[in-house]
Design a protein around this ligand. Structure first.
Ligand code: PAF
Length: 281
């Protein structure tokens, strides 16, 4: 496995190999969820193809300096995990390598990124789109694998690739969960034992709201809110029912919708979502 820190070298290495590249973009702190993305990438690339993993904590997608600072960066164990999974190339640049000090171009998706995490974290999706497009251009990948947990991110990236004719196939991979239902996230390691014990309540609350079979957004949200609050989070950042395609809030479930939540436990912000079908009450 090659570990490369510069754009020029990763370009050279991947092009010299002359094989199709499947990229797994990450911010490191790899957990089982990431490893399943890497395994999916290998399936797509095949034994002869190249699986590349980028590890870069992208400063321009963070809206809070404290979150950026606290983001875990266990590089040695990340590299060991990549090695064990048979990754061919890890691209792990520093911020100075990725961004010019006077950079002035940003990629903006202006519709799907408006609500949910986009409203709660101004500029977040500009940062995601910008770094993802740069990673696609630097690696020249043919396909890239993303987790469905970040469903808004996935929708925004699909739209960016469509609208800018980016020749990269986007592969969505299902959310990997702990046994108690908590969606795997690099942020989970920052939870205290009490917060960790309470956090699976998010999934439970979303499922309870969905299983009510109500079609009324207010009712669905109220059920989820009540169940989440029972876990003593510090703050619900958002809890919304949005149309699965437009990601705009809906009042009634007429077609598949997504119930999405972002919840703070202390200063750790966790997200999750669930599909709500128009079953009727
Ligand atoms: O999902 C993530 O880990 C990040 O948003 C990504 C796609 C690697 C961009 O920094």
């Amino acid at each position: 496995m090659e570990v490369i820190a510069t754009k020029a070298e990763v370009r050279r290495t991947l092009r010299a190999a002359g094989k199709p590249v499947v990229l797994v973009p990450t911010m490191g702190a790899l957990h089982e969820g990431h490893l399943s993305l890497i395994r999916r990438a290998r399936e797509i690339a095949g034994p002869q193809g190249t699986v590349a993993v980028s590890i870069f904590v992208n400063p321009i997608q963070f809206d809070r300096a404290s979150d950026l600072e606290a983001y875990p960066r266990p590089m040695e164990s990340d590299l060991a995990a990549c090695r064990a999974e048979g990754v061919d190339v890890v691209f792990a640049p520093g911020a100075g390598e990725m961004y010019e000090a006077d950079r002035s171009v940003t990629v903006t998706e202006s519709v799907l990124s408006k609500d949910l995490c986009g409203a709660a974290r101004p500029g977040h999706f500009d940062g995601v789109c910008t770094v993802v497009l740069k990673l696609f251009l630097i690696t020249g990948c043919e396909a890239a694998v993303f987790g469905e947990k970040d469903f808004q991110q996935l929708a925004v990236i699909h739209r960016m690739v469509r609208d800018l004719d980016v020749p990269v196939e986007i592969i969505a991979h299902e959310t990997v969960r702990e046994q108690d239902g908590l969606a795997m996230s690099s942020r989970n390691v920052r939870l205290t034992p009490e917060q960790r014990a309470a956090a699976p309540r998010i999934r439970f609350a979303l499922a309870a709201a969905r299983n009510s079979h109500s079609r009324d957004a207010r009712e669905i949200i109220a059920i989820a809110r009540r169940e989440i609050m029972a876990s003593h989070p510090t703050h619900i950042d958002y809890l919304e029912l949005v149309d699965e395609e437009s990601l705009h809030p809906v009042e009634t479930v007429e077609r598949p919708a997504t119930l999405a939540a972002a919840v703070f436990f202390g200063d750790v912000r966790l997200i999750d979502h669930i599909r709500v079908e128009p079953h009727g009450a």
